[in-house]
Design a binder for this molecule. Structure first.
Ligand SMILES: Cc1cc2nc3c(=O)[nH]c(=O)nc-3n(C[C@H](O)[C@H](O)[C@H](O)COP(=O)(O)OP(=O)(O)OC[C@H]3O[C@@H](n4cnc5c(N)ncnc54)[C@H](O)[C@@H]3O)c2cc1C
Length: 394
């Protein structure tokens, strides 16, 4: 186990990392090689097993087991000598420099960094929590997916099993395709999937050629895409639209896009209109040099339209590691500039994926092979790092 040297001459600085998102996992990896001197690092995380969302559609498709998606954050942290506090952060007392925890405790910090991701929008619409399966927290979605398979198996009246997926962003599109594929494979019966969105078209921030491919494949697989349909409530066996129409379903999957956790708004920090912490390009909060944030939970003041996607959280990992180190040492910080474009790879089930980059799109089994290789390489890095503590291999 590696420990940062703590001397009595200088009391250790307290660095509190909140959340085990992609960027913080990178910090743990970086600190394993080169721990910051005279610093006590604490990780506050609501669950010590992180789930890699990029492989969740592959899990739904039946390609991966749940454990293939898991990163053992506790082992990774212990290996670096980082203390883990497994509980939810519920607020920040910025004046007293304390992270407020569920249950009433709090932890003091000299520096803190948040990488807590996002939650799903509109969960508070009537009936949605009760009748829908939301994709956040993603670990719970993975745990509950087997129940959906069981329900489809038990659906015995000879009619197709009907799934409604609400939210036609990248995650919603992948889940519409992979759920249909998996449930059909598990049950041998017809699975009717409807993909609903309030916007005029699916994946509206993506290249038109990608959208055409998705639309064509959906038609070929019998997935009905319904745009400009806003859901106002969910009931047992149906969703209700703004015009009062009821669409019947046997399962409802809720993927309505990212909004912030309440931690920042309830702490009086400057956020954008979705509750994400506003950060400068150094990844420091707008008015607080000692609070950093990265990944989905942060919105860059200079680049507010940067998508909420894991690729950005991953790219911010090295920079937040360097900047926390520099801030602890009183040195100048570096600025983050998001990339303009990124490689989109969507798992559409049946061993196929559709991809896009620089406005061009492509599809086929080879695209899924590429996605699988990238995702497995990413996971191997962190699963190996956490397994080393136990002296085993994954
Ligand atoms: C089905 C699906 C597929 C996706 N596929 C892709 C893809 O292929 N590529 C891509 O780029 N993006 C993808 N995304 C988006 C991607 O999931 C997010 O952009 C990404 O996970 C954000 O990463 P993050 O590091 O900000 O946070 P996360 O990975 O969400 O991690 C947040 C961490 O914080 C913890 N946490 C949360 N709240 C608290 C709290 N209050 N206190 C303590 N800990 C807390 C969580 O347990 C977790 O450890 C997908 C999303 C979905 C739903």
């Amino acid at each position: 186990m590696l420990h940062a040297p703590v001397t009595h001459a200088n009391p250790p600085r307290e660095l509190v990392l909140v959340g085990a998102g992609h960027a913080h996992i990178h910090i743990l990896e970086g600190f394993a090689v080169d721990p910051p001197p005279n610093t006590r690092v604490t990780l506050v995380v609501d669950t010590a097993t992180a789930v890699y969302s990029g492989m969740v559609p592959g899990f739904v498709e039946g390609r991966y087991r749940a454990r293939d998606l898991h990163i053992d954050v506790r082992s990774l942290a212990h290996r670096v000598g980082v203390r883990v506090v497994e509980t939810r952060a519920v607020g920040i007392d910025a004046a007293r420099r304390r992270i407020l925890l569920e249950g009433g405790d709090s932890i003091g910090y000299d520096l803190t960094s948040f990488n807590i991701g996002s939650t799903v929008a509109h969960l508070d619409l009537p009936g949605v929590r009760e009748h829908g399966l939301p994709t956040r927290p993603i670990g719970r979605f993975v745990q509950q997916f087997d129940e959906l398979i069981e329900r489809a198996r038990a659906h015995g009246n000879g009619t197709p099993f009907r799934v409604i997926v609400v939210g036609a962003g990248a995650g919603g599109v992948e889940l519409a395709f992979t759920i249909q594929y998996r449930l059909a494979a598990e049950t041998g019966r017809r699975i009717d999937v409807r993909l609903l969105d309030g916007a005029p078209r699916v994946m509206r921030h993506y290249p038109p050629s990608l959208i055409r491919r998705i639309t064509r494949l959906a038609a070929a697989r019998g997935i009905e895409i319904l745009c400009e349909r806003k859901v106002t409530a969910a009931e047992a066996g149906a969703v209700v639209l703004t015009d009062g129409t009821r669409l019947a379903c046997d399962a409802l999957v809720w993927v309505t896009g990212a909004v912030g956790h309440s931690v920042f708004t309830e702490s009086g920090l400057a956020t954008d209109d979705r509750g994400f912490l506003r950060v400068r390009s150094t990844l420091q909060a707008q008015r607080h040099d000692d609070i950093f944030a990265c990944g989905d939970c942060a919105t860059l003041i200079d680049y507010p339209l940067t998508p909420k996607a894991g690729v950005y959280a991953v790219r911010q990992g090295p920079l937040i590691t360097r900047n926390l180190r520099a801030a602890l040492a009183g040195q100048p910080l570096q600025r983050y500039r998001p990339q303009h474009d990124f490689l989109t790879l969507l798992n559409v089930g049946d061993g196929m994926a559709i991809g896009a980059k620089w406005g061009r799109s492509f599809q086929g089994a080879w695209v899924m092979t590429l996605k699988d290789r990238i995702d497995r390489r990413f996971m191997r890095r962190f699963q190996l790092a956490s397994a080393t503590e136990h002296g085993n291999t994954p």
